[in-house]
Design a protein around this ligand. Sequence first.
Ligand code: ME8
Length: 507
Amino acid sequence: MNKKYYITTPIYYPSAEFHIGHCYTTIIADAIARYKRLAGYDVFFQTGTDEHGLKIETKAEEANVTPKEYVDKIILNAKDLWASLDISYDYFIRTTDEHHYTRVQKIFKTLYDKGDIYKGEYKGLYCVPCESFWTESQLIDGKCPDCGREVNFVTEEAYFFRLSKYQKKLEELYESEPEFILPVSRKNEMLNNFIKPGLEDLCVSRTSFKWGIPVDFDEKHVIYVWIDALTNYITSLGYPDETPEFKKYWPADLHLVGKEIVRFHTIIWPAILMALDLPLPHQVFGHGWLVIDGGKISKSLGNYKDPREYINTYGVDAVRYFALREVPFGSDGNFSESALITRTNADLCNILGNLVSRTIQMAIKYFGGVIEDKKCYEALDEDLLEATKDLKNKVDKKMDELKINEALDIIFDLLRKCNKYIDDTTPWSIAKDESKLDRLETVLYNLMEAIRVSATLLQAFIPSTANKIFAGLKIENNNFDNIYHKTPKYVLGDEKPANLFERIKEN
Ligand code: ME8
């Protein structure tokens, strides 16, 4: 049986249309999911939407529609966005799905019956836009540490999750699983800023708004945020029912999240799972933010375009490639249209596009598109042949470490080597000597094999471009099993394929 791999994105708030930041996480999750599928894993890739809460209730009121009508429209657009970005999710969970709804109620009741949820009174500081409660010591200059806005003092009857009980177990988890949180710097932040100072019990119900899943044994309360949101990762698989999907895919292999919600995924989520006696996810990766001109891309500031505009203008793979390649994964990075253009021209157009088109053109021109390995090697070939042979191992290693941008850079290193190989071998001058046709054919064959191997790996990152390359080489797509099965003979026909990327004019 194939090994399984379960990867998730956060479930995003459909309080406004999605922006390039949401695309960032989802594209990266998609590339990892595709990579694992190509490697033969049975992958379950989940994304979705987190639809309850006061913010959405308020937005819907402002728009004069019901909360459900409000979110339905945004989700339709979100699904369209994911389709135009070639996002290959296996399951899209909505927290308004009936299954999720009833399963969350059961989970809440189980935790209540076990004494891990109890009724008390909440007195505290609350940030409405972030839907987060804060303690005095967490505030920065008296304001919400996440968004910098005012917080309000509130008192209300509420249910609490006994988070404090799991302090020691969480410390042990961090100790015994050093790679539970990546990058490691975020682990230290969680330990030193949140766990070590002492965990407080967590408010998990509200009575001040209605748009949420009711506590079924105390209907005045709606289940508030994290028990509703975090459990999406298991309710989608059928939990608390013992479904085959749950048995197969849980625990998750990777929760990919932005750095601002690492805390919820590495403290509250494992504690809930411990309370339910369930195994914990293997890893939570907290990536950095895409920023615009150094500032946060924000739904509330509205400083962004619909990502579909970029896709329509520059193509899906320009956007995907930028998200995957531009920023060292884990760090913050700037997003701008001019950086997107520069990156597309430099890598996709100049390095990849040119190489593929030059190689295919030469194969057509000199051999009518029919190329075999004539094994007429020279010392000059060594570097390219070795790099081609090593490529998958090197990329695998980077993918295992979730160094996605470096994985791509290694593939592009090989493509750069191919371009240099053309410059060094100068096929057009070999072509002048009739006696050297075997050598010329070998050079072209080496290039085509390097392109094929690269395209096999690129399928995970820029799938539509990889498909065009396979189509241009007139071969079937490879997966990782047959990546090193050499193509016995390329038969391209005599039609020059369209360029993969057109150069974009820089302003
Ligand atoms: O937090 N750069 O939803 P959300 C990079 N519903 N990634 C970004 C980003 C940016 N500028 N902006 C958003 C929620 N993201 C909760 C999650 S999970 C059980 C519940 C991505 O709509 C990033 O993944 O605010 C971030 O963590 C997520 O969107 C926040 O989405």
